[in-house]
Design a protein around this ligand. Structure first.
Ligand SMILES: C[S@@+](CC[C@H](N)C(=O)[O-])C[C@H]1O[C@@H](n2cnc3c(N)ncnc32)[C@H](O)[C@@H]1O
Length: 278
């Protein structure tokens, strides 16, 4: 039987060809297989690993060598320090999206609010807002039934009760009601963007990544349809690509929104644009 140290060395060497942080990835995957912390791997490098666990680990390393994202291999991704289950039916939540949470939190006052999270995926945005603001009522919508099932499971595991989820093509299945805010991270990558066929992205659901040729199709549909669901002065807040802030701001203005503002991520790139219903 191989030891922890031997397996980590083998995996780091294999991953070196294609990954930037081979040692870390090897540790994360072995800790996942052995259901232990990474520090336990440091503590017992000489411990023998069963043949079954060794085979499971080797097969995960092979999948990683084909660029399958670590989050799909472990079935988990941390977002805003909360642990979310992810599957191939859900986008893997990105650290960039935490800016949307910050902007929504600083823009809405401390009163109880009702919020829609459009295209909720694994529920990262909806659950995080509901967790941070227990007096808010949040509803997460997604066209993917499988994604909604994952989001519901995440809310349950995180013990968040002020969030609900609904399978819906944008607003189509949402009962009529006006909300204080409509937020989301809709698909926005242009259909011909080369990133869609390289690296990790081909593993994620296409419907979560691209809405069509221009990258603005989902925003256009949402902005056309959202007003009946938004109170006067209600907030819309969307994540977008680094080069989409100016055009999205124009779309918001054309759709009758005011107080439009774009916020930058940690890299200084436009990432979130908000507006208020006039
Ligand atoms: C970029 S992902 C965002 C997922 C999640 N909110 C996050 O930030 O990690 C976009 C999501 O929009 C959903 N979506 C795409 N088209 C949709 C539609 N017509 N109606 C509702 N949801 C849609 C996808 O299934 C996907 O979960």
């Amino acid at each position: 039987m191989a030891t922890i140290g031997e397996l980590l060395k083998w995996a780091s060497d294999a991953l070196k060809q294609s990954q930037d942080v081979p040692q870390l990835e090897a540790q994360v995957l072995l800790a996942h297989v052995l259901d232990c912390s990474r520090s336990a791997l440091y503590a017992w490098p000489e411990k023998e690993v069963s043949n079954t666990d060794t085979e499971t680990f080797q097969s995960l390393i092979q999948r990683r060598l084909q660029h399958e994202p670590i989050a799909y291999l472990t079935g988990h991704k941390e977002f805003w320090s909360l642990d979310f289950e992810v599957t191939k039916d859900t986008l893997i939540p990105r650290a960039d999206t935490e800016l949307l949470i910050k902007v929504v939190m600083q823009t809405l006052d401390d009163n109880p609010h009702t919020v829609i999270d459009l295209g909720t995926g694994c529920g990262a945005i909806a659950c995080t807002l509901a967790h941070l603001k227990p007096k808010w009522q949040v509803v997460g919508l997604d066209i993917s039934k499988q994604a909604i099932q994952v989001a519901q499971k995440n809310a349950q595991k995180l013990n968040i009760s002020n969030v609900e989820f609904l399978v819906s093509n944008w607003f189509e299945s949402l009962p009529p009601k006006q909300y204080d805010a409509i937020v989301g991270n809709p698909p926005y990558i242009r259909g011909n963007d080369v990133h869609l066929i390289h690296g990790d992205l081909p593993f994620e659901p296409t419907i979560a990544l691209t809405p069509g040729n221009t990258g603005f199709e989902a925003y256009e549909i949402i902005l056309n349809a959202c007003k009946p669901y938004l109170k006067d002065k209600g907030l819309v807040a969307f994540e977008h690509g680094f080069d989409q802030g100016a055009h999205l701001s124009e779309l918001l203005a054309q759709a009758g929104f005011g107080d439009i503002e774009t916020f930058q991520d940690l890299a200084g790139k436009d990432r979130v644009t908000i507006g208020h219903r006039l």
